[in-house]
Design a protein around this ligand. Structure first.
Ligand code: PLP
Length: 392
């Protein structure tokens, strides 16, 4: 890699940004053969056929143009209908913006509300983009480590302890990546109370809202008094196995949506029409295909939890997403050592928990969006690995 003068031309905020810790493990795994990967955070299903077909058909009809900046009106209407079903009512004309994945929506939300030095509270372990995106937007990420004994839920008192006069926003993600934690309505109401008391904004990434196994998802914006101070983010990647289509959306008060649309219209113009057409089909007719995938994830979730129990890997029960976050502290290895040795010795790729920020140091993230055969074999290999470590 060059270390010549061109690095001097690079914005220090980018130059000093650490590369994703997940990427490093993918690179290591890619060099080896016969690896079972529990590392990736993406569905192992292809997008349901009728969704792909709707896109093919629209291309056939020549639908290849830009759309309005905010997205196809009929798609926004369908999204509004979906969110209303969760108790969060939005005007599709002024309160919704279709984006290039939740990734773009997150970036827009942060860049829209953050001024230099504003603090953003981020419960950790968290999705790997949150901290760098906050920093790039000029904000100061303030991490609040959630704990295994709280089932990795954010508690109102830990939130309140992190608030300062510079706190601008709270970034929530439930169901959570990487822990699989979900928050029940009662716990979220306690968070909402603190948010209102300190007049904070909330950016709520609910990309895993359909992937819940232990109870119904609570939409944060649907809680009393939270709608107008919440920028709700959601998308199609996880629920409909549409990661490569790059489609998401933001729902919020018209002032936020108008401001976010200003950036979006100059940087993206609009989300791809092909993906918007497919997303419309997903919302209109994708319910049963999606439910079948969720049932599969749930089956795999139970298989992995049972397997971990049998091999002596303590794991709290994840209620959502498709991740398990078992504790590995008793092996005497750090999360990075565990993951690296497991990969080298048993060819199973998992992600060390510290990659996701404070709170994950003694855990590893295992994605169960893999086939039953692969999961069964991976658990077997992990059992052998742990036995070798703890024996004698
Ligand atoms: N938010 C969370 C919590 C995620 O886990 C991911 C992807 O893994 C994303 C956002 C990115 O979503 P998208 O594919 O819609 O950009």
């Amino acid at each position: 890699m060059s270390t010549g003068k061109w690095t001097d031309y690079i914005n220090p905020a980018v130059q000093n940004m650490p590369p994703s810790g997940i990427r490093r493990f993918f690179d290591l795994a890619a060099e080896m053969e016969g690896v079972i990967s529990l590392g990736v955070g993406e569905p192992d299903f292809a997008t349901p056929w009728h969704i792909r077909e709707s896109c093919i058909y629209s291309l056939h009809r020549g639908r290849t143009s830009y759309t309005s900046n905010q997205g196809l009106p009929e798609l926004r209407e369908e999204i509004a209908r979906y969110l209303a079903g969760q108790g969060a009512v939005y005007d599709p004309r002024r309160e919704l913006l279709v984006t290039v994945g939740v990734s773009e929506a997150l970036d827009l939300a942060l860049r829209t509300v953050i001024q230099p030095g504003d603090e953003v509270i981020i419960p950790t372990p968290c999705y790997v983009s949150y901290i760098p995106c906050t920093t790039l937007a000029g904000g100061v990420p303030v991490t609040v480590a959630t704990r295994l004994e709280d089932n990795f839920r954010l508690t109102a008192d830990r939130l309140e302890a992190a608030i300062t006069p510079r706190t601008k926003a709270l970034l929530l993600c439930y169901p959570n990546n990487p822990t699989g934690a979900v928050m029940d309505r009662q716990s979220l109401l306690a968070i909402a109370e603190v948010v209102a008391k300190h007049d904070l904004l909330v950016i709520s990434d609910e990309i895993y809202d359909r992937l819940t196994y232990t109870g119904r998802h609570t939409c944060f914006a649907a809680l009393p008094g939270m709608r107008d101070r919440t920028i709700l983010l959601n998308g199609f990647s996880k629920a409909y196995a549409m990661t490569g289509w790059r489609l998401g959306y933001a729902a919020a008060h018209p002032d936020f949506i108008a401001a976010m649309t200003k950036i979006h219209q100059y940087t993206m113009l609009c989300a791809p029409i092909t993906a918007q057409v497919a997303a419309l089909e997903a919302l209109r007719h994708g319910q049963s295909a999606m439910e079948q995938m969720v049932a599969q994830y749930n089956r795999r979730r139970r298989l992995v939890l049972q397997g971990f129990k049998e091999i002596g890997l303590p794991c709290f029960e994840p209620g959502g997403a498709f991740y398990a976050f078992p504790y590995i502290g008793h092996t005497g290895l750090s999360a990075a050592e565990f993951a690296e040795n497991l990969l080298r010795e048993e060819k199973v790729a998992v992600i060390p928990g510290d990659v996701f920020g404070p709170g994950g140091e003694q855990c590893i993230r295992c994605s169960y969006a893999s086939s039953v055969d692969d999961l069964t074999e991976a658990v077997k290999r992990m059992g052998r690995f742990i036995k070798n470590r703890t024996a004698g």
